[in-house]
Design a protein around this ligand. Structure first.
Ligand SMILES: Cc1ncc(COP(=O)(O)O)c(C=O)c1O
Length: 358
């Protein structure tokens, strides 16, 4: 039985978005694809407030996360972490055979500008990685403040994962000055998985051109060269790109400010509900995500049982990720979700919670 998805990605995909994927296939070296590519990348630049190129990668986000370190770490990378995905990026950097150090905040806490300043002041690093919105913990780190620190270290490539924030939280790349800003489309974009988008600065492209062993599939130079012809290095997931074109149109029709206000309102509603049910919020005050809320188990709820009960009713819910599985749970409020979707979930959970509580 297909379940309605209330997990923090892949998220529920709206029927009109699924429909957009059924557009007739074209060849990626045909002018029809170039027109689609140009339209989508122009929309992404508008979304991200940037004139720098935005590339389309037929991969999940980790493909580009790995590609970014392979292209931009020549000396040593500082991986900042405050949860599962940011910590895994450190592991990925090491697995690429690169030199790297991990700077970890407690789960539930943000990466702070001070952490970044202290690490970079050592002069050991020529690249850093940061996850803007840690989906494992529901923490949004202060990107704008960290970007201010990064302006003092122009020699350090500034690589940011906005996998679960891009399109829901305003991201102004012209002001932030990131070198790479990436996302997968199965979160706040509300698309099926399989496509990642990433903006790369000219500074980073120039550096990548001098980095050895970049491989082929995620070689930034290949992306840049092909993008000049409104194309991709290898065959892209054209159906998903049709859906992204459609979703970008919807975003601009809604208005980016309205879109982020909707996410903020859903976040506030969810936090109130979580606390109203006797749970506490996992993320520290002041850094709570706008696209998902992590609640801390109250110690008397069997979250695995709750998930199974919800599954029997046709709903997929989350019972935590990584080392905080079952001691936390996450409620998404992103993409095309509305307050009515949240109310539907809350009514279900209020009915099921007594059966999962001791
Ligand atoms: C913040 C963040 N980064 C990276 C990833 C990995 O993305 P993917 O599975 O698309 O490679 C995820 C997936 O949930 C994520 O939430």
């Amino acid at each position: 039985m297909a379940k309605k998805l209330y997990i923090p990605g892949p998220v529920e995909v709206a029927p009109d978005v699924m429909q957009a994927m059924t557009a007739p296939m074209v060849g990626h070296r045909m002018p029809e694809y170039a027109e689609l590519h140009a339209r989508v990348t122009a929309g992404l630049k508008r979304l991200l407030h940037t004139e720098e190129p935005v590339f389309l990668s037929t991969s999940s986000a980790f493909g580009v996360m790995e590609g970014a370190v392979r292209n931009l770490v020549q000396k040593r990378c500082a991986n900042f972490a405050n949860g599962a995905f940011s910590a895994k990026w450190h592991d990925v950097t090491l697995r690429c055979g690169l030199q790297a150090d991990l700077f970890a905040a407690d789960w539930g806490e943000p990466v702070t500008p001070e952490m970044v300043e202290n690490a970079l002041a050592t002069g050991k690093y020529d690249a850093m990685t940061l996850v803007h919105n840690e989906t494992s913990t529901g923490v949004l780190s202060p990107l704008a403040e960290i970007a201010e620190v990064m302006k003092r270290y122009p020699e350090v490539s500034f690589i940011v994962d906005t996998v679960s924030s891009m399109s829901a939280v305003p991201i102004d790349l012209a002001a932030l000055g990131t070198d790479v800003c990436l996302a997968g489309v199965q979160k706040a974009f509300g698309l099926p998985p399989g496509l990642a988008v990433f903006a790369v600065s000219q500074r980073a492209l120039a550096k990548a051109a001098t980095t050895p062993n970049r491989g082929y599939y995620f070689d930034f130079e290949e992306f840049a060269k092909n993008d000049l012809k409104d194309n991709t290095p290898s065959t892209p997931c054209i159906s998903l790109i049709y859906a992204l074109a459609h979703q970008l149109d919807k975003m601009f029709a809604e208005g980016l400010e309205n879109r982020s206000a909707r996410h903020r309102q859903m976040a506030e509603r969810t936090r109130r509900w979580v606390e109203g049910q006797g749970f506490s919020l996992f993320a520290a005050e002041g850094c709570r995500s706008l696209t998902l809320t992590a609640g801390r188990n109250d110690g008397r709820t069997d979250l695995a049982r709750l998930k199974a009960l919800a599954g029997d009713r046709g709903y997929a819910i989350d019972n935590g990720y990584g080392k905080i599985k079952n001691t936390t749970f996450r409620i998404p409020h992103m993409a095309d979700m509305t307050a009515a979707d949240l109310d539907e979930l809350f009514a279900l959970l209020e009915e099921l919670l007594p059966q999962a509580r001791s």
